[in-house]
Design a protein around this ligand. Structure first.
Ligand code: ACK
Length: 611
């Protein structure tokens, strides 16, 4: 009988096992499928290019190891293996997760690592008992969001996947205690990660962090953190609050703080140092400014330390210590926007704080040159103005606080009456016309509803403009702009040529998409699976969905024609901002002042009832 060809199955830990690993097999001997009581089958490290349908006979199979073979798929008959709990198919040549895997509803551990898989099937969400998923070294275009619906997950291996961002929905994985994200392209983590109260071990080594993701300090269970081999210059004092942290690896970072002699001593001395410094800070700030102030140093002192500032009196230096923090408006890996009250001015302000402690000399110059541009806002009613910059302990831009937040937030929450929408569209066109008329001209390059702020009377203030270099360092991650950069509003020529120099037509294109946002109150390309698809679609001439634009209103018709002209494929076919302004002014003029006042009252009522 052929069973002599294969080793005998063994009882081990109460399970009947057969080990056929490392035997150079090109196929599984057929007699294996007659051992119908088999519970564990190991065929890893062979030359298998397929598994026969006969495997469906092994209905008691609990674990299958088929890793390190040449598999390109799995047989449909595996659907009968409903007792299967562990499936290891890593290190094969699978280009997709075999569909049958998604029907194995009792699966707890699945490893598909190191296969050329580009996306996960939506059906993977049927694996409602999964606790461990290994997608290490697959070839996804971006973080596969299906993973975030696997709510039973405890361990996630997602290293070496070229992820540049982790979606906010990571917070759904409430049982997660192990997260492995090494060898990705991460610079920041979503703030929602703080919801993962069981997270115990995190590996972020070999990513692109320049700033320590402070949100990690809010993980109560964190015991082991590897953030080695990044570009972090400074550890935050707040890290000492991670009371359970026992194993911190920060090696391979260009750390200047704490000093090297502390960093080389290991976790406890680092935490002790940060604690001591934090205590000193709080004593200093209590002595200097009373409680509630967020740290600081006298402006005179700062001016003498940063001589370049004293020669430029066009904008004031704001003493961070005179800002009393009230709330956080937006958070990110590089920058936070906070609402604060200036203790002397008695005025609410918004402060965009860069989290890295100190900029290099040249970068500091960039900050100033950009702040000079921002200073122009004082001369346009529709562009946010600069109140000053802070130098220490954070580099920050201080702006007037805009009571009604961003246009994106308003559109999300309120069905704004048309009269007010048209006034906003008109004011945006005025603000942009102003910027484009400056000499030298100022391009925005990130115009979108998120960057349009609204004052107490719902007048528009364009923000975040002309800050290209500073902006890459100061991105604020929010729901509508997950990584700061916005591809939904960028024109096709930008995707075709990475070296393309932005022009006025870039901003006009973005205005087209922004008009669509205003008219539809939707996110452009909201159903697109990933950003790569958006890029391709835009390059091939596709645009936001026009079926969502109402057709029975004459004003909307005019605006809809304008938006389509603005997003013309050929930049030369796009109107100038002055032309845009003519068109939206004409639409806006069709409504009376009373209509607008009525609209504002209506919006305020809805906002009040939402609160
Ligand atoms: O939609 P929001 O409430 O308005 O959330 C975002 C967040 O910060 C990140 O950009 C808000 N924000 C930014 N600048 C200001 C400002 N000057 N006044 C009020 N809110 C602001 C924005």
């Amino acid at each position: 009988m052929a069973t002599s060809m294969i080793p005998q199955p063994q009882m081990l830990n109460n399970r009947l096992r057969l080990d056929l690993s490392n035997m150079g097999l090109t196929s599984i001997p057929t007699e294996v499928f007659d051992i119908i009581d088999l519970e564990v089958l190991n065929v890893s490290n062979n030359q298998l290019s397929s598994i026969p349908e006969a495997i469906g006979r092994l209905r008691k199979l609990y674990r299958l190891d088929a890793d390190n073979n040449l598999l390109t798929s799995l047989p449909r008959a595996m659907v009968s293996l409903q007792r299967l709990r562990h499936l290891y198919i890593h290190d094969n040549t699978l280009t997709e997760v075999p569909p049958v895997v998604c029907s194995l509803s009792n699966l707890e551990v699945l490893s598909v690592a190191r296969n050329p898989i580009r996306r996960l099937p939506d059906e993977i969400t049927q694996l409602t008992k999964i606790t461990t998923l290994d997608i290490h070294s697959c070839q996804f275009d971006e973080f596969p969001r299906q993973v975030l619906q696997l709510k039973t997950m405890m361990k996630l291996y997602a290293g070496d996947c070229k992820f540049y961002m982790i979606p906010d929905e990571i917070m759904n994985l409430e049982h997660l205690w192990f997260l492995h994200l090494s060898l990705n392209l991460l610079r920041t983590l979503p703030t929602t990660i703080s919801h993962l109260i069981k997270l115990w071990e995190v590996n972020l080594s070999k990513n692109r962090f320049e700033t320590f993701p402070e949100i990690l300090c809010e993980l109560p269970a964190l015991e082991k953190l590897d953030i080695s081999k990044n570009q972090i210059i400074r550890l935050p004092n707040s890290l000492h609050r991670s009371s359970n942290l026992k194993d911190l690896d920060v090696t391979g970072n260009p750390l200047a703080y704490p000093p090297t002699d502390v960093c080389t001593k290991g976790t406890s001395p680092i935490i002790a140092f940060l604690k001591e410094e934090a205590n000193k800070d709080s004593k200093d700030s209590n002595r200097g400014h009373g409680s509630g102030a967020i740290g600081g140093q006298k402006a005179d002192d700062l001016l003498s330390r940063y001589p370049s500032v004293t020669t430029d009196n066009k904008f004031p230096i704001v003493d961070f210590g005179r800002l009393e923090k009230q709330s956080i408006l937006g958070r990110g890996g590089f920058a936070n926007v906070i609402k604060a009250r200036h203790l002397d001015w008695r005025q609410d302000v918004a402060v965009k704080c860069l989290l890295t402690c100190k900029l290099e000399g040249s970068e500091q110059e960039v900050l100033y040159s950009e702040a000079r541009k921002l200073n122009l806002g004082n001369r346009s009613d529709y562009v946010i103005s600069l109140l000053g910059v802070c130098l220490e302990p954070h580099l920050a831009i201080v702006m007037p606080y805009m009571e009604n937040g961003s246009l994106a937030g308003l559109l999300r929450d309120v069905d704004v009456p048309w009269a007010l929408r048209w006034r906003m569209a008109h004011e945006i066109s005025l603000g942009m016309t102003f910027l484009h008329c400056q000499n030298p001209q100022i391009l925005h390059c990130d115009l979108k509803a998120e960057n349009v702020l609204l004052d107490g009377d719902f007048h528009v203030k364009i923000s975040d403009f002309g800050l290209s270099k500073w902006k890459t360092k100061s991105r604020v991650v929010t729901k509508t702009s997950p990584e700061g950069g916005t591809i939904t509003h960028a024109p096709p020529e930008y995707f075709k040529d990475i070296n393309v120099v932005p022009t006025t037509e870039f901003d006009v294109y973005s205005f087209g998409v922004l008009l669509w946002e205003i008219v539809t109150r939707k996110d452009p390309y909201g159903n697109a699976a990933n950003s790569a698809l958006i890029r391709l679609a835009v390059m091939s001439g596709q645009r936001p969905d026009m079926t969502l634009v109402p057709t029975n209103l004459p004003d909307v018709d005019i605006v809809s024609q304008l938006m389509q002209a603005c997003w013309s494929q050929n930049p030369e076919d796009r109107p100038s901002y002055q032309d845009c302004e003519d068109h939206v002014r004409a639409v806006s003029k069709r409504t009376s002042k009373e209509d607008i006042l009525q609209a504002i009252i209506e919006v305020q009522k809805i906002k009040a009832s939402n609160n």
